[in-house]
Design a protein around this ligand. Structure first.
Ligand code: NDP
Length: 314
Protein backbone atom coordinates (compact mmCIF):
# COMPACT_ATOMS: atom_id res chain seq x y z
CA UNK A 1 0.00 0.00 0.00
CA UNK A 2 1.35 3.43 -0.91
CA UNK A 3 2.22 5.52 2.15
CA UNK A 4 1.53 8.98 0.72
CA UNK A 5 -2.19 9.49 0.26
CA UNK A 6 -3.50 10.72 -3.05
CA UNK A 7 -5.24 14.08 -3.00
CA UNK A 8 -8.21 12.79 -4.96
CA UNK A 9 -9.31 9.46 -6.35
CA UNK A 10 -12.09 9.27 -8.93
CA UNK A 11 -14.01 6.01 -9.25
CA UNK A 12 -15.79 5.71 -12.58
CA UNK A 13 -15.03 6.71 -16.15
CA UNK A 14 -18.22 7.95 -17.73
CA UNK A 15 -18.80 11.63 -18.57
CA UNK A 16 -19.07 12.48 -14.84
CA UNK A 17 -15.77 10.79 -13.93
CA UNK A 18 -13.86 12.33 -16.83
CA UNK A 19 -15.26 15.82 -16.26
CA UNK A 20 -14.19 15.47 -12.61
CA UNK A 21 -10.74 14.31 -13.77
CA UNK A 22 -10.26 17.18 -16.22
CA UNK A 23 -11.24 19.78 -13.63
CA UNK A 24 -9.29 18.30 -10.70
CA UNK A 25 -6.23 17.83 -12.92
CA UNK A 26 -6.38 21.45 -14.02
CA UNK A 27 -6.67 22.41 -10.35
CA UNK A 28 -3.31 20.64 -9.78
CA UNK A 29 -4.86 17.90 -7.64
CA UNK A 30 -3.10 15.16 -9.66
CA UNK A 31 -6.18 12.87 -9.84
CA UNK A 32 -6.00 9.10 -9.89
CA UNK A 33 -8.87 7.36 -11.69
CA UNK A 34 -10.15 3.82 -11.45
CA UNK A 35 -11.96 3.16 -14.72
CA UNK A 36 -13.99 0.09 -13.81
CA UNK A 37 -15.16 -2.26 -16.49
CA UNK A 38 -17.55 -4.75 -14.91
CA UNK A 39 -20.74 -2.67 -14.86
CA UNK A 40 -20.86 -2.16 -18.63
CA UNK A 41 -18.37 -4.84 -19.70
CA UNK A 42 -15.90 -2.10 -20.71
CA UNK A 43 -14.70 1.19 -19.18
CA UNK A 44 -16.48 4.40 -20.18
CA UNK A 45 -19.96 3.82 -18.83
CA UNK A 46 -23.31 3.68 -20.55
CA UNK A 47 -22.20 5.68 -23.62
CA UNK A 48 -19.99 2.77 -24.61
CA UNK A 49 -23.11 0.77 -25.40
CA UNK A 50 -24.86 3.59 -27.25
CA UNK A 51 -24.52 4.31 -30.94
CA UNK A 52 -25.21 7.84 -32.13
CA UNK A 53 -25.26 10.62 -29.51
CA UNK A 54 -27.10 13.56 -31.03
CA UNK A 55 -27.91 15.61 -27.95
CA UNK A 56 -24.47 16.30 -26.48
CA UNK A 57 -23.92 20.01 -27.15
CA UNK A 58 -20.96 20.81 -29.38
CA UNK A 59 -21.44 18.02 -31.89
CA UNK A 60 -23.90 19.35 -34.49
CA UNK A 61 -23.52 16.25 -36.64
CA UNK A 62 -23.78 13.89 -33.64
CA UNK A 63 -21.02 11.62 -32.37
CA UNK A 64 -20.78 7.91 -31.62
CA UNK A 65 -20.95 7.16 -27.87
CA UNK A 66 -17.59 5.33 -27.75
CA UNK A 67 -15.95 8.13 -29.77
CA UNK A 68 -17.20 10.72 -27.29
CA UNK A 69 -15.86 8.67 -24.37
CA UNK A 70 -12.52 8.24 -26.14
CA UNK A 71 -12.27 12.01 -26.55
CA UNK A 72 -13.13 12.60 -22.88
CA UNK A 73 -10.55 10.03 -21.81
CA UNK A 74 -7.86 11.64 -24.00
CA UNK A 75 -8.70 15.00 -22.45
CA UNK A 76 -8.24 13.54 -18.94
CA UNK A 77 -4.90 12.06 -19.98
CA UNK A 78 -3.80 15.32 -21.57
CA UNK A 79 -3.89 16.89 -18.12
CA UNK A 80 -1.97 13.92 -16.67
CA UNK A 81 -4.78 12.03 -14.94
CA UNK A 82 -3.41 8.63 -13.96
CA UNK A 83 -5.91 6.00 -15.10
CA UNK A 84 -5.96 2.32 -14.17
CA UNK A 85 -8.44 -0.14 -15.66
CA UNK A 86 -9.46 -1.87 -12.46
CA UNK A 87 -12.73 -2.31 -10.63
CA UNK A 88 -12.78 -0.91 -7.13
CA UNK A 89 -13.90 -3.73 -4.86
CA UNK A 90 -13.78 -2.04 -1.47
CA UNK A 91 -13.59 1.41 0.08
CA UNK A 92 -13.20 2.38 3.71
CA UNK A 93 -14.74 5.76 4.44
CA UNK A 94 -14.67 5.41 8.23
CA UNK A 95 -11.49 7.48 8.62
CA UNK A 96 -9.32 9.83 6.61
CA UNK A 97 -7.35 9.29 4.53
CA UNK A 98 -9.92 7.01 2.91
CA UNK A 99 -8.84 3.63 1.58
CA UNK A 100 -9.73 2.46 -1.92
CA UNK A 101 -8.92 -1.07 -3.03
CA UNK A 102 -9.07 -2.92 -6.34
CA UNK A 103 -7.93 -6.49 -6.85
CA UNK A 104 -4.53 -5.07 -7.91
CA UNK A 105 -3.81 -2.34 -5.36
CA UNK A 106 -4.85 -0.46 -2.24
CA UNK A 107 -4.54 3.32 -2.28
CA UNK A 108 -5.33 6.00 0.29
CA UNK A 109 -6.75 9.40 -0.52
CA UNK A 110 -7.76 12.66 1.14
CA UNK A 111 -10.84 13.06 -1.06
CA UNK A 112 -12.94 10.70 -3.13
CA UNK A 113 -15.23 11.31 -6.08
CA UNK A 114 -17.73 8.54 -6.79
CA UNK A 115 -18.90 8.49 -10.41
CA UNK A 116 -19.80 4.83 -10.79
CA UNK A 117 -23.06 5.45 -12.67
CA UNK A 118 -26.13 3.29 -12.93
CA UNK A 119 -26.95 0.27 -15.02
CA UNK A 120 -30.19 0.16 -16.98
CA UNK A 121 -31.99 -3.08 -16.24
CA UNK A 122 -32.51 -5.37 -19.18
CA UNK A 123 -35.13 -8.03 -19.70
CA UNK A 124 -32.62 -10.65 -20.87
CA UNK A 125 -34.87 -11.83 -23.69
CA UNK A 126 -33.60 -14.77 -25.75
CA UNK A 127 -32.88 -12.65 -28.87
CA UNK A 128 -31.71 -9.56 -26.96
CA UNK A 129 -27.96 -10.09 -27.45
CA UNK A 130 -28.22 -10.18 -31.26
CA UNK A 131 -30.62 -7.22 -31.55
CA UNK A 132 -29.17 -4.90 -28.89
CA UNK A 133 -28.58 -1.47 -30.52
CA UNK A 134 -30.37 -2.74 -33.63
CA UNK A 135 -33.75 -1.56 -32.46
CA UNK A 136 -33.55 -2.27 -28.72
CA UNK A 137 -32.60 0.58 -26.45
CA UNK A 138 -32.72 1.38 -22.75
CA UNK A 139 -32.90 5.13 -23.36
CA UNK A 140 -35.64 6.65 -25.50
CA UNK A 141 -34.39 10.19 -24.93
CA UNK A 142 -30.95 9.16 -26.24
CA UNK A 143 -31.99 7.00 -29.16
CA UNK A 144 -35.66 7.71 -29.97
CA UNK A 145 -34.95 10.30 -32.65
CA UNK A 146 -32.72 7.98 -34.68
CA UNK A 147 -33.92 7.40 -38.26
CA UNK A 148 -34.48 3.66 -37.66
CA UNK A 149 -37.35 4.47 -35.27
CA UNK A 150 -39.10 7.22 -37.25
CA UNK A 151 -42.62 6.65 -38.51
CA UNK A 152 -42.81 3.12 -37.06
CA UNK A 153 -44.83 1.56 -34.24
CA UNK A 154 -42.63 1.36 -31.13
CA UNK A 155 -42.93 -0.65 -27.94
CA UNK A 156 -42.01 0.58 -24.46
CA UNK A 157 -41.87 -1.84 -21.50
CA UNK A 158 -42.45 -0.65 -17.92
CA UNK A 159 -44.97 1.19 -15.79
CA UNK A 160 -42.95 3.82 -13.90
CA UNK A 161 -42.11 7.45 -14.58
CA UNK A 162 -39.44 6.45 -17.09
CA UNK A 163 -41.90 4.38 -19.09
CA UNK A 164 -44.47 7.18 -19.02
CA UNK A 165 -41.94 9.84 -19.96
CA UNK A 166 -40.33 7.74 -22.67
CA UNK A 167 -43.57 6.64 -24.31
CA UNK A 168 -44.77 10.25 -24.40
CA UNK A 169 -41.42 11.35 -25.85
CA UNK A 170 -41.51 8.65 -28.53
CA UNK A 171 -44.90 9.81 -29.85
CA UNK A 172 -42.97 12.59 -31.61
CA UNK A 173 -41.33 10.06 -33.90
CA UNK A 174 -43.44 6.91 -33.83
CA UNK A 175 -46.56 6.14 -35.84
CA UNK A 176 -47.89 4.61 -32.61
CA UNK A 177 -46.50 3.68 -29.18
CA UNK A 178 -47.50 0.52 -27.33
CA UNK A 179 -46.78 0.66 -23.61
CA UNK A 180 -46.50 -2.89 -22.32
CA UNK A 181 -47.05 -3.25 -18.59
CA UNK A 182 -47.23 -6.41 -16.51
CA UNK A 183 -49.94 -5.17 -14.12
CA UNK A 184 -53.25 -3.28 -14.31
CA UNK A 185 -51.92 0.02 -12.94
CA UNK A 186 -48.99 2.26 -13.70
CA UNK A 187 -46.70 3.24 -10.85
CA UNK A 188 -45.81 6.52 -12.60
CA UNK A 189 -46.84 9.80 -10.99
CA UNK A 190 -50.48 10.80 -11.61
CA UNK A 191 -49.65 13.65 -13.97
CA UNK A 192 -47.43 11.45 -16.13
CA UNK A 193 -50.02 8.67 -16.11
CA UNK A 194 -52.65 11.10 -17.34
CA UNK A 195 -50.43 12.21 -20.21
CA UNK A 196 -50.00 8.59 -21.26
CA UNK A 197 -53.60 7.50 -20.84
CA UNK A 198 -54.99 10.52 -22.71
CA UNK A 199 -52.48 10.43 -25.54
CA UNK A 200 -54.12 9.45 -28.82
CA UNK A 201 -50.94 7.77 -30.09
CA UNK A 202 -50.31 5.60 -26.98
CA UNK A 203 -52.04 2.29 -26.34
CA UNK A 204 -51.36 0.57 -23.03
CA UNK A 205 -51.27 -3.22 -23.15
CA UNK A 206 -52.10 -4.20 -19.57
CA UNK A 207 -51.25 -7.52 -17.89
CA UNK A 208 -48.74 -8.17 -20.64
CA UNK A 209 -45.03 -8.89 -20.80
CA UNK A 210 -42.56 -9.12 -23.68
CA UNK A 211 -41.44 -12.72 -24.06
CA UNK A 212 -39.01 -12.14 -26.93
CA UNK A 213 -37.92 -9.66 -29.55
CA UNK A 214 -38.17 -10.59 -33.22
CA UNK A 215 -36.16 -9.65 -36.30
CA UNK A 216 -33.21 -10.50 -38.52
CA UNK A 217 -30.54 -7.80 -38.21
CA UNK A 218 -33.08 -5.25 -36.94
CA UNK A 219 -36.13 -5.36 -34.69
CA UNK A 220 -39.31 -6.12 -36.64
CA UNK A 221 -41.61 -7.09 -33.77
CA UNK A 222 -42.06 -8.46 -30.29
CA UNK A 223 -43.65 -11.61 -28.91
CA UNK A 224 -46.13 -10.60 -26.23
CA UNK A 225 -47.40 -12.82 -23.46
CA UNK A 226 -50.58 -12.31 -21.44
CA UNK A 227 -49.63 -12.70 -17.79
CA UNK A 228 -52.82 -14.47 -16.69
CA UNK A 229 -53.22 -16.97 -19.52
CA UNK A 230 -49.68 -17.32 -20.86
CA UNK A 231 -51.15 -16.81 -24.33
CA UNK A 232 -48.66 -15.33 -26.81
CA UNK A 233 -49.06 -13.17 -29.89
CA UNK A 234 -46.67 -11.28 -32.15
CA UNK A 235 -46.85 -7.51 -32.60
CA UNK A 236 -45.02 -5.75 -35.45
CA UNK A 237 -42.85 -2.82 -34.35
CA UNK A 238 -39.63 -1.06 -35.31
CA UNK A 239 -38.20 -0.63 -31.85
CA UNK A 240 -38.27 -1.89 -28.29
CA UNK A 241 -37.45 0.43 -25.40
CA UNK A 242 -36.75 -0.82 -21.90
CA UNK A 243 -37.93 1.39 -19.05
CA UNK A 244 -37.83 -1.24 -16.33
CA UNK A 245 -35.66 0.70 -13.92
CA UNK A 246 -31.99 1.27 -13.20
CA UNK A 247 -29.60 -0.14 -10.66
CA UNK A 248 -27.27 2.51 -9.25
CA UNK A 249 -23.75 1.12 -8.90
CA UNK A 250 -23.42 1.75 -5.17
CA UNK A 251 -22.40 -1.65 -3.83
CA UNK A 252 -18.94 -0.41 -2.75
CA UNK A 253 -20.34 2.44 -0.64
CA UNK A 254 -23.48 0.75 0.67
CA UNK A 255 -23.61 1.06 4.46
CA UNK A 256 -21.01 3.86 4.41
CA UNK A 257 -22.82 6.68 2.58
CA UNK A 258 -26.46 7.70 2.87
CA UNK A 259 -28.43 6.16 0.01
CA UNK A 260 -32.08 6.84 -0.85
CA UNK A 261 -34.75 4.13 -0.94
CA UNK A 262 -33.78 3.25 -4.53
CA UNK A 263 -30.08 2.91 -3.64
CA UNK A 264 -28.87 6.21 -5.15
CA UNK A 265 -26.25 8.24 -3.23
CA UNK A 266 -27.87 11.19 -1.46
CA UNK A 267 -26.16 14.50 -2.23
CA UNK A 268 -26.90 17.88 -0.67
CA UNK A 269 -29.24 19.78 -3.02
CA UNK A 270 -27.26 21.96 -5.42
CA UNK A 271 -23.96 20.25 -4.62
CA UNK A 272 -22.17 16.91 -4.86
CA UNK A 273 -21.50 16.66 -1.12
CA UNK A 274 -22.42 13.27 0.38
CA UNK A 275 -23.04 12.24 3.99
CA UNK A 276 -19.27 11.78 4.52
CA UNK A 277 -17.07 14.89 4.43
CA UNK A 278 -14.51 14.59 1.64
CA UNK A 279 -16.59 12.17 -0.43
CA UNK A 280 -18.40 13.61 -3.45
CA UNK A 281 -20.78 11.91 -5.85
CA UNK A 282 -21.63 12.89 -9.42
CA UNK A 283 -23.43 11.52 -12.46
CA UNK A 284 -26.10 8.84 -12.54
CA UNK A 285 -25.05 7.26 -9.25
CA UNK A 286 -26.74 10.23 -7.55
CA UNK A 287 -29.19 11.29 -10.26
CA UNK A 288 -32.28 9.30 -11.14
CA UNK A 289 -34.06 12.22 -12.71
CA UNK A 290 -32.02 13.53 -15.64
CA UNK A 291 -29.53 10.76 -16.45
CA UNK A 292 -28.03 12.50 -19.46
CA UNK A 293 -24.37 12.56 -20.52
CA UNK A 294 -24.36 16.34 -20.37
CA UNK A 295 -25.90 16.51 -16.88
CA UNK A 296 -23.47 13.82 -15.70
CA UNK A 297 -20.53 15.81 -17.09
CA UNK A 298 -21.91 18.97 -15.47
CA UNK A 299 -22.14 17.28 -12.09
CA UNK A 300 -18.60 15.89 -12.56
CA UNK A 301 -17.39 19.46 -12.89
CA UNK A 302 -19.36 20.36 -9.75
CA UNK A 303 -17.76 17.46 -7.84
CA UNK A 304 -14.27 18.60 -8.84
CA UNK A 305 -14.97 22.16 -7.71
CA UNK A 306 -16.60 21.00 -4.45
CA UNK A 307 -13.60 18.73 -3.87
CA UNK A 308 -11.05 21.47 -4.59
CA UNK A 309 -12.75 23.87 -2.18
CA UNK A 310 -13.04 21.21 0.50
CA UNK A 311 -9.35 20.22 0.21
CA UNK A 312 -8.32 23.87 0.41
CA UNK A 313 -10.28 24.27 3.65
CA UNK A 314 -9.16 21.16 5.59
P1 NDP B 1 -39.35 2.18 -11.58
O1 NDP B 1 -38.61 1.19 -10.76
O2 NDP B 1 -40.16 3.21 -10.91
O3 NDP B 1 -40.34 1.40 -12.57
C1 NDP B 1 -39.93 0.27 -13.24
C2 NDP B 1 -41.14 -0.29 -13.95
O4 NDP B 1 -40.71 -1.39 -14.71
C3 NDP B 1 -42.24 -0.75 -13.01
O5 NDP B 1 -43.49 -0.34 -13.49
C4 NDP B 1 -42.10 -2.28 -13.02
O6 NDP B 1 -43.33 -2.95 -12.91
C5 NDP B 1 -41.52 -2.52 -14.40
N1 NDP B 1 -40.66 -3.70 -14.43
C6 NDP B 1 -39.56 -3.94 -13.67
N2 NDP B 1 -39.02 -5.13 -13.99
C7 NDP B 1 -39.81 -5.64 -14.98
C8 NDP B 1 -39.78 -6.83 -15.73
N3 NDP B 1 -38.81 -7.74 -15.53
N4 NDP B 1 -40.74 -7.05 -16.65
C9 NDP B 1 -41.71 -6.13 -16.85
N5 NDP B 1 -41.80 -4.98 -16.18
C10 NDP B 1 -40.85 -4.73 -15.25
O7 NDP B 1 -38.23 2.79 -12.55
P2 NDP B 1 -38.21 4.18 -13.33
O8 NDP B 1 -36.97 4.18 -14.12
O9 NDP B 1 -39.48 4.40 -14.04
O10 NDP B 1 -38.10 5.26 -12.18
C11 NDP B 1 -37.05 5.17 -11.22
C12 NDP B 1 -37.10 6.41 -10.33
O11 NDP B 1 -36.80 7.59 -11.11
C13 NDP B 1 -38.48 6.65 -9.74
O12 NDP B 1 -38.32 7.16 -8.45
C14 NDP B 1 -39.08 7.70 -10.64
O13 NDP B 1 -40.05 8.50 -10.01
C15 NDP B 1 -37.85 8.53 -11.03
N6 NDP B 1 -38.03 9.18 -12.34
C16 NDP B 1 -38.44 10.47 -12.36
C17 NDP B 1 -38.65 11.11 -13.55
C18 NDP B 1 -39.09 12.52 -13.52
O14 NDP B 1 -39.36 13.03 -12.45
N7 NDP B 1 -39.15 13.19 -14.65
C19 NDP B 1 -38.45 10.44 -14.85
C20 NDP B 1 -38.04 9.08 -14.72
C21 NDP B 1 -37.85 8.48 -13.50
P3 NDP B 1 -44.17 -2.92 -11.53
O15 NDP B 1 -44.85 -1.58 -11.52
O16 NDP B 1 -45.12 -4.05 -11.70
O17 NDP B 1 -43.20 -3.12 -10.44
Amino acid sequence: MSTTPEQVIIVGSGPAGHAAAIYTARANLNPFMFEGYTAGGIPGGQLMTTTEVENYPGFPEGIQGPELMDALRKQSLRFATRIVTEDVVKVDLSKRPFTVASSERTVTTQALIIATGATAKRLNLPSEPTLWNKGISACAVCDGALPIFRGKPLVVVGGGDSAAEESTFLTKFASKVYLVHRRDALRASKIMQERVLKHPKIEVLWHTVVADVLGEGAVSGVRLKEVATGKTRDLACGGLFYAVGFTPNTAIVSGQLDLDQDGYIVTQPGSTTTSVAGVFACGDVQDKRYRQAITAAGSGCMAAMDCERWLAAV
